[in-house]
Write a protein that binds this ligand. Sequence first.
Ligand code: P5A
Length: 434
Amino acid sequence: MRLSSYFLPTLKETPAEAQITSHILMLRAGMVRQGAAGIYSWLPLGLRVLKKIENIVREEQNRAGAQEILMPTIQSSDLWQESGRYEDYGKEMLRIEDRHGRAMLFGPTNEEMITDIFRREVKSYRDLPLNLYHIQWKFRDEVRPRFGVMRGREFLMKDAYSFDLSAEDGVKSYNAMFVSYLRTFARLGLKAIPMRADTGPIGGDLSHEFIILANTGESEVFYDPAFETMDPMVDAGTAKDDLQPTVDAWTAPYAATEEMHDATLAPDNLITGRGIEVGHIFFFGDKYSAPMGATVQGPDGKPVAVQMGSYGVGVSRLVGGIIEACHDENGIVWPEPVAPFKVGLINLSAKDQSVTDACDKLYSDLDSAGIEVLYDDRNERAGAKFANMDLIGLPWQIALGKRGFEKGMVELKNRKTGERWDVSLDDIVSQMKG
Ligand code: P5A
């Protein structure tokens, strides 16, 4: 992509409406723009990151055996009457009336809708276990939408729903998602700590939130200092096979959200900190299947209400969450798996035809090698170009100017470490491929 024709409206100044770093940087880097409170448009650079996150989440859901579907954003209120949540959900639910006067709503979550799909189509225990997920926009009329996409009213969620015959199998499905979440967040370049959590309006009594530590996070959290150095994916990878619905058999060091914190269980050197909830999983048995009649025929021929769990990832929140965890004083520092482009190519001498020809060729060679590159081909000062690349945070910067060109060299910079190397023009494409 050539920057001269790319829609990237960056801002030099800190926008007045933003209070936290990720929101400031998302606006400054031209990733999103607000439409109404808590409702955002995603511009090209932001959308690329959102899609990368979405794809990693999708790959890990598929790997765990969940199957992708797509449910609508608009739901009929009838199902919510059946589950008993229509009144409970209160003002957070955006209620809509269609032209026939039917009560509709913009889905804040999909437990009811998936239970309805299940009860119509699945009749036998032989069709279990089943796990279905979608990645779809949700709407919650939050009292205080804030911090940009972190607490939006419209936001993108991955939500999966598991169906099993017995509670024991249901907990196995829960554990499979638990481990899959550890993998997902590790692949996103994040350290997300699983914490015992409250279940709120979703229900059930087994629940974990996945939290990334950040001073600007909205959740107050309590955790063992061991988490500061451990990698939950590596150090706790196999501990979950014996998680039970009622007992916390997650054998890793202590970690709990504010609602679940129990000082008598916590270690003496407990740390109180703040974090961002990027995922939340629930096991709630027959809370929806019983009132909605989602039963299957069991091995003895009798109907059994299925045991369910639901599993959420805040896909759009993750964009802000990753920036909170990955930035410096000059801008964003994308982890490579979610970076909008891998490389930023800077032409330092755009007025010089021979340098420009060399940059154009390098751009096309990188592109042909399958490397995602954003090419700053504009006629701008070198300082402004470097500052802009630092702001948008691509992992690698390649700068080519007149002096380097005469020696057949480019300057390669690692955005994260700030290290710079001179690399031969002949070698740079193969080096970037590695
Ligand atoms: C689990 C999947 C649920 O809704 N039902 C389906 C369950 N859980 S949850 O915790 O309420 O939400 C799941 C994740 O969505 C993100 N999230 C938000 N992101 C941005 N803005 C919001 N207002 C918002 N509310 C929830 C969080 O990452 C949460 O873990």
